[in-house]
Design a protein around this ligand. Structure first.
Ligand code: GDP
Ligand code: MG
Length: 375
């Protein structure tokens, strides 16, 4: 959305700034005349004074958003689009074995791959199966999913739902199912811990069917693989199933254009400054590219893959650690390559301005609510 100051709003709707400030106070927002407020709030105030508003999004933002939408929507329709690896998120109830499964997949693959290829923790990694790649998001499933969805970023192509064979469908299993369904992401069920004597895979399948995740075995469309992450059983079957589902989805992206991606993780490194892991969704990110990431920007100074190796470029579905941003972005922020530093600065500033205004409005409302609760 766009942003306006209290003073500008007052002038636009033809009332005094004091009237606007009073109206804001009634909404739980304590603002000064120079405070920037978000569009939603401004529109509500205007409506109170009988003025209808129409949102005018700044040009830089409009153009940038249009470019991103075009590129991501175009996807498979782009004549230069090429098949890309599926991006997979592991979800499931606590202690059902998500971490163990991610480790099992990673280690199985490292053993097959080149010696000493120890995966760095950058929030995502890639494995190779039958000469094809699969990208796994390594961030805590639910949080990553919800944070990114909240920012409108869709990164996951396939969700692997881990359900412990001895425990069955639990509250977070159901939560994961509703996240995946809301995002329209296909589910593959991995019934884990089949090594346990108390394992009861059939009961798990029945429970899943009851909550609308009907296994193929019962005539539904959800593939189910039985595994033991601990004993490394069924891992290959699961990976093959992921490729099979990916084939049906015909995942494609054009690698021959400026990159668009999503931030998976970010932090400040004592010596290297802001470090972020981006998952490239479309195009190819190259060293020296100028990027806008959420409310910040920078020039790509160095890039590393999931094994800590320096790389010069990263194509679709590739996770890559990047250096060169001025500030630390947030998980779920979009990354977009732009033509030059001026465009980057303008776009980042505008985004940061909007974000501050939105945060301000939300924060003040919460504070006032707390105040009421305290009374
Ligand atoms: P998360 O909370 O979903 O990430 O679960 P973890 O991967 O941390 O696993 C929770 C516990 O279950 C740990 O003690 C694991 O060692 C154990 N576990 C995970 N997978 C298996 C399995 O296949 N078999 C058995 N017996 N235990 C497992
Ligand atoms: Mg875990």
């Amino acid at each position: 959305g766009s942003v306006v100051t209290v003073g500008e709003l007052a002038e636009a709707i033809g009332v005094s700034a004091v009237e606007v400030i009073k109206s804001l106070i009634r909404r739980g927002i304590m603002a000064s005349i120079n405070q920037q407020i978000d569009y939603e709030t401004a529109a509500a105030v205007a409506a109170e004074f009988g003025v209808e508003t129409e949102e005018r999004v700044p040009e830089v933002i409009q153009q940038a958003s249009a470019a991103i939408e075009h590129q991501l929507r175009e996807g498979a329709g782009d004549p230069e689009a090429q098949p890309r690896p599926p991006v997979v998120t592991i979800m499931g109830h606590v202690d059902h074995g998500k971490t163990k499964l991610l480790d099992a997949i990673r280690e199985t693959n490292v053993a097959e791959g080149e010696a000493g290829g120890i995966t760095q923790h950058i929030g995502a990694y890639q494995v190779e199966v039958q000469g094809r790649k699969i990208t796994f998001l390594d961030t805590p499933g639910h949080e990553a999913f919800t944070a990114m969805r909240a920012r409108g970023a869709q990164v996951t192509d396939i969700a692997v739902l881990v359900v412990a064979a001895d425990d069955g469908v639990m509250p977070q299993t159901k939560e994961a199912i509703s996240h995946a369904k809301a995002a329209n992401v296909p589910i593959i069920v991995a019934i884990n811990k089949i090594d346990l004597p108390s394992a009861n895979p059939m009961r798990v399948k029945q429970q899943l069917a009851e909550v609308g995740v009907v296994p193929e075995e019962f005539g539904g469309d959800v593939p189910v693989v039985e595994i033991s992450a601990k004993q490394r059983l069924g891992i290959e079957d699961l990976l093959e199933m992921i490729l099979l589902v990916a084939d049906l989805m015909e995942l494609k992206a054009n690698p021959n254009r400026p990159a668009i991606g999503v931030i998976i993780e970010a932090k400040v490194d004592q010596t290297r400054g802001p470090v972020a892991t981006a998952l490239i969704q479309s195009g190819t990110l190259q060293l020296r590219d100028v990027v806008v990431v959420g409310g910040t920007w920078g020039r790509i100074r160095a890039m590393f893959d999931d094994r800590g190796r320096r790389v010069r470029r990263a194509g679709p579905s590739t996770p890559v650690e990047i250096l060169g941003l001025l500030e630390v972005p947030e998980a779920g922020d979009l990354l977009q390559v732009v033509d030059d530093e001026k465009t980057a600065r303008d776009l980042a500033e505008e985004r940061a301005r909007q974000r501050r205004a939105e945060t301000f409005s939300e924060m003040r409302v919460v504070k006032l609510d707390e105040l009421h609760a305290g009374i």
